[in-house]
Write a protein that binds this ligand. Structure first.
Ligand SMILES: [Zn+2]
Length: 302
């Protein structure tokens, strides 16, 4: 569930329209449509709450909603149906307060959220001033369960029903992958997690996404260096496991879980080293577990 404070900035760039919820997601000038079109009208018109933008547009690029809606909702009169491109997936983008599409960056997100002066719940978990932006954006997709994992794929993504049946997790080859499988119930993901969790000060947290989210919700108010490092390690772990998972779909090269764990810790350590010195005990670099482990590695984190 997206907190309202975040939701207003997250938009879709429309491709085939099949990943965009017609009513809840931001994709047109009047979004979210669910703010003013009632569930009763939605069902009355033959749609449902899971309808996508693709469900709203005909093959001739006309709206499929009933003409009577224009009487109830005059705002819809001037909106043109989007052009759906079947070969392009929908893409998440970020728009600032002035509705300008912005390059995704941590400071951009941070500024927009912070100026609201609201509690942002798990957003704190994803976007914090010291985060690694591409990891944070990825983490946000993980939390929203928006990654194109095999359990979320349709026949149109996989090519055919046969391909769909043949799909299995590229990391352990057992069953379809999913968010909860990859992070970190998969035997491969679990190995990575078990090798990094101590450095995240999460020794007691088992390889289970719910356990990890529960742990963070119990520590969400903590601004301690330990929690900060925990967020970075979890985000980096999901990022590099997902990267390895995708690499294996297209390449015979396979990296061992231990190498992924090394890359995770190396990347977080490099980030910690960019932190300004002189913040006293709040600087994560002074944490005992990280302090004496600054070693040079020649790993390209890609
Ligand atoms: Zn697996």
């Amino acid at each position: 569930m997206i907190r309202s404070s975040i939701r207003q900035f997250v938009w879709y760039s429309i491709g085939n329209g099949r990943d965009i919820n017609a009513w809840h997601d931001n994709w047109c000038d009047h979004s979210p449509l669910g703010d003013f079109i009632t569930p009763r009208r939605i069902h009355g018109a033959g749609f449902n709450m899971q309808s996508t933008v693709a469900d709203l547009v005909s093959h001739h690029n006309d709206w499929l909603w009933p003409v009577t809606w224009l009487q109830f909702y005059p705002a819809l009169t001037n909106s043109l149906p989007p052009f759906l491109n079947q070969s392009t997936p929908d893409k998440l983008i970020w728009k600032d307060r002035q509705h300008m599409q912005k390059e995704f960056s941590a400071s951009e997100v941070w500024d927009n959220i912070r100026s609201r002066g609201e509690e942002v719940g798990w957003a704190d978990l994803v976007w914090f001033s010291q985060c690694i932006p591409r990891h944070s954006f990825h983490m946000w997709l993980v939390i929203k369960n928006k990654l194109k994992t095999q359990d979320r794929m349709g026949i149109w993504d996989a090519g055919s029903a046969t391909n769909l049946n043949l799909m299995c997790c590229p990391l352990c080859r057992k069953g379809k992958d999913s968010r909860d499988h990859l992070f970190f119930q998969c035997s491969y993901g679990e190995q990575v997690w078990n090798m990094v969790k101590a450095m995240a000060y999460m020794d007691v947290v088992d390889a289970n996404w719910d356990s990890i989210m529960t742990w963070f919700s119990e520590h969400s108010s903590g601004k301690s260096p330990e929690v900060l490092v925990g967020k970075m390690v979890v985000a980096a772990s999901t990022y590099f496991i997902w990267q390895e998972r995708n690499n294996r779909l297209f390449s015979p090269n396979q990296r061992k879980a231990a190498l992924i764990a090394d890359i995770v810790l190396h990347t977080v350590r490099m980030k910690l080293m960019t932190f300004k010195a002189g913040r006293g005990s709040r600087n994560p670099l002074v944490l005992e577990r990280w302090k004496f482990q600054v070693k040079t590695m020649s790993i390209d984190p890609g």
